[in-house]
Design a binder for this molecule. Structure first.
Ligand code: HEC
Length: 165
C-alpha cells in the first residue's frame, strides 16, 4: 500500500526493519484508540509514536547519491601498472613488430613501448578505450571493464597533475 509511492521505504537495505517500525507505530496508534474507547487516555503513546517515526525518518533520509571519491583520495595508479596493462592489451598491434597476424606494422603508426609513448597519447587512449571502447580493436586482446576503469582513473590523474602544474 505505502510502497508504491514511497520508494524510501522499500528501496532501503533496511526495508524489513522499516516495515517492522511502521507496523509497530500503527499498533501503538490502534492501541491508543482502543484504550480511549475504554475511557483511558494514554498520553505517553503520542510521543512514543512520534519518536518512532522521527527515528525512522532519520534512518531512511536520502543519502548522497554514489559519492565519487575525489581523485586525490584514490590510490594513485602506478606508471608500471599502466605500461603493463597497455603492453598486454594493445601492443599485440601497437608495437614496432605486431604479433597480431592481422598487422605487419603498427596500425596508425601508433607504438606504445614505454610510459612516455603512452602518456603522450593519453587523450586518444582515453577516448578510444574508455569512452567509445573502439580499442582494443574488436577487443581481440580481451580487455576487461576493470582495466578500462583503471585507464579512466589514470587519465583523470594525468589531467589533474597537468592542471596543478
Ligand atoms: C587488434 C589490433 C589492435 C589492438 C589490440 C589495439 N588496436 Fe588501437 N588501432 C588498431 C587499428 C587497426 C587502428 C586504426 C589505425 C588507423 O586508423 O589507421 C587503431 C587505432 C588506434 C588509435 C588511433 C585512433 C585515432 O582515431 O587516431 C588509438 C589511440 C588506439 N588505437 C589505441 C589503442 C589502445 C589504447 C589499445 C589497447 C587498449 C589498442 N589501440 C589496441 C588496432 C588495434
Amino acid at each position: 500500500m505505502i510502497s508504491g509511492h514511497y520508494a524510501m521505504t522499500f528501496g532501503s537495505q533496511w526495508n524489513w526493519a522499516i516495515l517492522a517500525v511502521l507496523a509497530a507505530a500503527s499498533v501503538l496508534v490502534r492501541h491508543f484508540f482502543n484504550r480511549r474507547n475504554q475511557g483511558a487516555i494514554l498520553t505517553w503513546l503520542w510521543p512514543a509514536v512520534a519518536v518512532l517515526m522521527l527515528t525512522l525518518a532519520f534512518i531512511i533520509r536520502p543519502q548522497m547519491a554514489t559519492q565519487q571519491t575525489p581523485v586525490a583520495e584514490q590510490p594513485a595508479v602506478g606508471q608500471d601498472d599502466i605500461v603493463e596493462l597497455v603492453t598486454a592489451r594493445c601492443s599485440t598491434c601497437h608495437s614496432a613488430t605486431p604479433t597480431d597476424p592481422l598487422f605487419q606494422s603498427p596500425p596508425g603508426g601508433l607504438v606504445f613501448h614505454d610510459y612516455d609513448s603512452i602518456a603522450n597519447k593519453a587523450d586518444k587512449i582515453y577516448s578510444q578505450t574508455v569512452q567509445t571502447q573502439i580499442m582494443p580493436l574488436a577487443n581481440r586482446t580481451g580487455m576487461t571493464d576493470e582495466e578500462r576503469n583503471l585507464l579512466g582513473l589514470w587519465y583523470q590523474q594525468v589531467k589533474s597533475e597537468q592542471s596543478v602544474q
